[in-house]
Design a protein around this ligand. Structure first.
Ligand code: ADE
Ligand code: ZN
Ligand code: ZN
Length: 298
């Protein structure tokens, strides 16, 4: 690249900030997911969530859904870095909690699905119990972590192969830009979609994704999932690695240039994962924060 004109400098800065700062859906992806989730929250859930959100959120969940990526490199939160993904052995297109959910030192449960179970339990036990149990955990952080990790587990390459770190070490070009396959799925497909189809307007993109969600999505969620618990992260992870094999890794070998063919065939997949993630997050939060009248009476 030659010398940058001033008008490109701003864009380059934003671009660099995006690649340095991120390992989850990018900021936009998490924002879209949480905006979609907010549309499906019940009054009970909205009330509980507003009470837990930090003041900076001004009562809105979406602006804090990216928080977990912002803090994961801070000294106090470095322990949380392995909680954003779960990798499978190389070229295995299936996921198994017992085999795959551990960090790079082999500590069990330290992965994105383990984290989703953990933060769901924290929020659930505190919403059933009296204030004293609530004090045991930081429920504001639990809510922000859970909302973020439900997004991450739907990013197909957050359930990718261990050898290439979910596509992070696969160098590719996105049109003319040098990047890596993981970043294409976190950020570039969404960015290109926004520019090409939605007037660079995130609200237009959110509306379009929402228009493809029908009410049966909400009713049918438990049956899609073959899981009756409050949260089914193993189902989401299994889907993700299958999508990673079928769409993310396919035709994206190291050194390849990804352009229109890849973009146009993968964009609907990304939009579906964002939609599923948003709807599921809402269903999870609605269940966690449903009022418990029988317990309240005791
Ligand atoms: N680091 C190692 N594997 C990863 C993955 N699948 N996603 C993000 N970061 C990772
Ligand atoms: Zn993340
Ligand atoms: Zn990522």
């Amino acid at each position: 690249m030659g010398e940058l004109e001033p008008r490109w400098m701003g864009r380059a800065m934003v671009f660099l900030l995006i690649i340095w700062g991120v390992h989850g859906w990018g900021k936009e992806g998490h924002f879209i997911i949480c905006k979609i989730a907010e549309e499906y929250l019940t009054e009970d859930a909205l009330t509980a969530i507003k009470a837990l959100l930090p003041d900076t959120a001004e009562g809105d969940l979406a602006p804090v859904c990216y928080w977990a990526d912002e803090i994961k490199h801070h000294y106090h939160y470095r322990w949380s870095s392995p909680l954003h993904y779960v990798d499978t052995p190389d070229f295995r297109c299936n996921y198994k909690y017992c085999r795959d959910c551990h960090d790079s030192h082999g500590h069990k449960d330290r992965c994105v699905t383990g984290a989703i179970y953990n933060y769901t339990k924290q929020l659930e036990s505190s919403s059933y119990a009296s204030d004293s149990l609530g004090l045991k955990y930081n429920l504001t952080e639990a809510l922000m972590f859970l909302s973020h990790f439900v997004g991450d587990v739907h990013q197909p390459l957050h359930v990718g192969f261990v050898g290439d770190k979910g596509g992070n070490t696969i160098k590719v070009r996105w049109y003319r830009r040098k990047t890596n396959l993981h970043h294409v799925w976190d950020t570039m497909i969404i960015e290109s979609a926004m520019k090409t189809f939605y007037n660079k307007d995130i609200d237009e993109m959110i509306q379009s994704i929402q228009s493809n969600i029908t009410d049966d999505w909400l009713v049918d969620v438990p049956s899609w999932e073959n899981c009756n618990a409050t949260v089914c992260p193993d189902t989401y992870a299994s889907e993700s690695v299958k999508v990673a094999c079928k769409f993310a890794y396919r035709n994206a070998t190291p050194g390849s240039t990804l352009g229109d063919d890849y973009f146009l065939s993968r964009m609907p997949v990304v939009e579906k994962r964002l939609a599923q993630s948003g709807v599921r997050l809402a269903v999870i939060l609605n269940q966690i924060f449903a009022s418990h009248p029988s317990i309240a009476k005791e």
